[in-house]
Design a protein around this ligand. Sequence first.
Ligand SMILES: *Cc1c(COP(=O)(O)O)cnc(C)c1O
Length: 406
Amino acid sequence: MNYTDYFENTLRDLKDEGNYRVFADLERHRGAFPKATNRGDENREVTIWCSNDYLGMGQHPDVIAAMHDTLDQVGAGAGGTRNISGTTHQHVMLEAELADLHRKEAALLFTSGYVSNWAALGTLAAKIPDCLVLSDALNHASMIEGIRHSKAERKIWRHNDLAHLEELLAAQPLSRPKLIAFESVYSMDGDIAPIAEICDLADRYNAMTYLDEVHAVGLYGPRGGGIAEREGLMDRIDVIEGTLGKAYGVIGGYIAASSALCDFVRSFASGFIFTTALPPAVAAGANASVRHLKSSNAERRAHKDKVAEVRARLDDIGIPHITNPSHIIPVMVGDPVKCKYLSDVLMADHGIYIQPINYPTVPKGTERLRITPSPVHSAEDIDNLISALETLWAKCQLARLPLAAQ
Ligand SMILES: *Cc1c(COP(=O)(O)O)cnc(C)c1O
């Protein structure tokens, strides 16, 4: 086999479909986010409209100071896996903070949210005897991979469809161990799961619940504990999983659960045991971010206002976007080539960076521009975004409202 030919041909197919991914080479500026320099385009100044640093915490003075101080105090890396010399005081403190955030007995840190889902779900589903995993159809790739890796039997329930979930649960012996895996805010459509009703089913059918709150932690609930906190449901969820890389602006992932469950995953999860711990400075930065958002609602309030404003302005000019109860604004394009073209023109002509979201991140035919306003977007940024979209929609003769709801 000619390996290089194979790689190149496969990539050509991807390009032909419009699904080839091109990275933007950005340099963010602390204190000026969402502004960044596009190093790949003559150092052009751009405004980022698709970041998951939802609140601008990546540049928060408390976070930066904690990282600087810790770096100066203890050096760069953790120097080992958690098991072999890599557990530092910063990790221990962060886990205590996260357990408190979710009102759980314990929390366990991982190097990313992806790894936390992969390792925790993979371990639980593999180790619990005869475990059946019930997985929402739109679960994130990291959950899917973890479940697959476990080799446990799995059943996919139609997205947010309680009747279908119940049907699958009811078909099993009550005594069989079951794990219901789902998300709170689904990141691409921005819809929110009926958590209370899922917990009711879990109670009725003797199932454990595993909730990915990656797109909700920091953003919802009086202390940023997520949708489950907002709805008073944290104690009904067995495992809450979150990231420190999105609203918290740093990196890392975690689960919060009972002491026994966290200790179990700590003791058996390959993806926890055999990898170097996060740098202490990173843990300290994340901790500062979590602590800040526990006591401050200003960022959450401003975030909500900015999201509402962008939605209203899109409505004013008839740009179709999915109506949802979260902070994510998906502007539907429905074609990968057009989606990429729109994104390219926004960048080239308007200095606006919105990455096209194509397959496999979303199903084919539902390609979109996913807009994520933040408290640090100015009124002028919003004006520029709206006028650019208005120009583009006219130029490309794209459909205006009414649009079929997705
Ligand atoms: C981004 C994401 C993850 C992974 O979190 P990282 O910290 O980025 O690895 C997990 N679940 C969902 C739903 C996500 O969108």
